[in-house]
Design a protein around this ligand. Structure first.
Ligand code: MRU
Length: 354
C-alpha cells in the first residue's frame, strides 16, 4: 500500500489522522481537499509532502487555468512552510505547466518514483552505517514518524530499522510518542507492529535519560529541511534528543533524501518554523506549539541520504564518529565522509553541503 498515489484523475492518500484505529483511504479530487489534507496532517512527512505538492499541481493543471491555476499552485506550495519538499515538489511539477497537464503529471509521477527509490537506498546505506558505528544488534531510538507513512513506501530513518530487521541485525527500537500529535505513538508504533518489529514507546522527555542510562546505541531521525551548513530542521523534540545523544556520546543520525537538502537556506536560523494551533497542545489553554526545531550541525554525527553519507565537520575527531574510525573526505558512495565536495574540510564549525 502506497501512502500517496495518483489514481484515475485524483490523489489517493492513507488518512493518517485515522491511524492506528482505522486504515482509511481518502480520495482528493480538488486542490482545496489536497491543501486541507496537508494542513491537518492527513498526509505528512517531508518526502510524502513533496509528492503531494507535485501531484497537487498535476491535479490543479487538470482543473484550472490562467490566474486560478497560478493561485492554486501558490496555495499548494505554501500549505505548510517548513518541509522544503512541499514547495520543491510543487515547483518542479509547475515548471512543466506550459507543456500541458500530461507533462505535469509525468513530472509528478517521477517525483513519486524517485522517493520510492530513495527509501530503499537510504535503508541500506543507513543500516550499513549503524552497524559500522554500533556493531551488532543496535538499540535504536527514533523520534516522530519516518516510515512509509512519511514517504510513499519504506520511509527514511525508519527504513533503516526495517532494513536492519530484514538482515536480522536489529537489537531493539524505542519510539518517542512525539507530542502533541503523537506521530510516534500512533504512526511509528503502527508501522513497527505491522512489520513485526518489537518496540517500546517512550514519552518525549525520557529519551535523553534512556541514553544516559545506556539503553540506546544510536538515535535515528528524519528531517524536514537540511540547511547548507548542515543544520537539521525536524519535528519538535529532535534538538533535545540530539543534546541527549551528545551528552551520552552516542551517534545522532539523520536520514533524509537529497530532495530534503536545501542549499538555498544557509542555516537553521533562516528556516520558517511552523507554529501550529494552541489547542493541539491542550484544549482551551494558551500554548506555544512550534511543530519543528533546529538541531545545529555540530550535534549531528552523520546525515545519510539516498546518495551519500555526510559527516558534518563539527563532529569529526570526537565522539562516535572518531570511535568508529570514520575519517574525512568527500564521497558519494561507500564509507561515511564529511560533506565538502572538494574532499577538504570547510572552516571548523561550519559545514557546506555541496
Ligand atoms: O509535522 P509532520 O508530521 O509532517 O513532521 C514530520 C517530521 O518531522 C519528520 O520527521 C520528517 O518530515 C521526516 S519524514 C521522513
Amino acid at each position: 500500500m502506497r501512502t500517496i498515489d495518483w489514481a484515475d484523475g485524483a490523489i489517493e492518500i492513507v488518512d493518517q489522522t485515522a491511524l492506528p484505529a482505522q486504515t482509511r483511504i481518502l480520495r482528493l479530487s480538488t486542490v482545496e481537499e489536497l491543501v486541507s489534507a496537508v494542513r491537518r496532517l492527513a498526509v505528512r512527512g517531508a518526502p510524502a509532502l513533496g509528492v503531494a505538492g507535485a501531484l497537487g499541481v498535476a491535479l490543479a493543471a487538470r482543473l484550472h487555468g490562467g490566474e486560478e491555476l497560478r493561485v492554486a499552485v501558490h496555495t499548494i506550495e505554501t500549505a505548510r512552510p517548513t518541509a522544503v519538499n512541499l514547495a520543491r515538489g510543487a515547483r518542479r511539477a509547475a515548471a512543466r505547466l506550459a507543456e500541458g497537464p500530461d507533462a505535469v503529471l509525468a513530472e509528478a509521477l517521477a517525483v513519486r518514483d524517485e522517493e520510492i527509490a530513495n527509501s530503499s537506498a537510504m535503508g541500506r546505506r543507513g543500516a550499513d552505517l549503524v552497524l559500522q558505528l554500533c556493531g551488532g544488534a543496535p538499540r535504536l531510538l527514533t523520534h516522530c514518524n519516518t516510515g512509509a507513512l512519511a514517504a510513499v513506501v519504506g520511509g527514511t530513518a525508519l527504513a533503516v530499522a526495517f532494513e536492519l530487521h530484514r538482515r536480522d541485525a536489529l537489537g531493539s527500537v524505542i519510539a518517542s510518542e512525539t507530542r502533541p500529535l503523537l506521530q510516534g505513538a500512533r504512526l511509528t508504533a503502527w508501522e513497527l507492529g505491522q512489520a513485526g518489529i518489537p518496540f517500546r514507546l517512550s514519552v518525549d522527555g525520557a529519551g535523553p535519560f534512556l541514553m544516559a542510562r545506556g539503553e540506546v546505541d544510536a538515535v535515528i531521525v528524519g528531517a524536514d529541511r537540511i540547511c547548507a551548513n548542515g543544520d537539521v530542521v525536524n519535528k519538535i523534540g529532535t534538538y533535545a534528543h540530539a543534546l541527549g545523544a551528545a551528552a551520552a556520546g552516542i551517534p545522532f543520525l539523520v536520514v533524509a533524501p537529497e530532495s530534503t537538502v536545501d542549499m538555498d537556506t544557509p542555516d537553521g536560523a533562516a528556516v520558517e518554523i511552523e507554529d501550529r494551533a494552541a489547542d493541539e497542545v491542550a484544549a482551551g489553554l494558551p500554548a506555544a506549539n512550534p511543530a519543528f526545531d533546529v538541531t545545529p550541525h555540530h550535534l549531528v554525527t552523520a546525515i545519510v541520504t539516498d546518495r551519500r553519507v555526510v559527516m558534518p565537520a563539527g563532529s569529526l575527531g570526537s565522539g562516535p564518529a572518531a570511535a568508529a574510525g570514520l575519517s574525512g573526505g568527500g564521497a558519494d558512495d561507500g564509507d561515511a565522509a564529511p560533506v565538502g565536495g572538494d574532499g577538504g574540510h570547510p572552516a571548523a564549525g561550519a559545514t557546506q553541503l555541496a
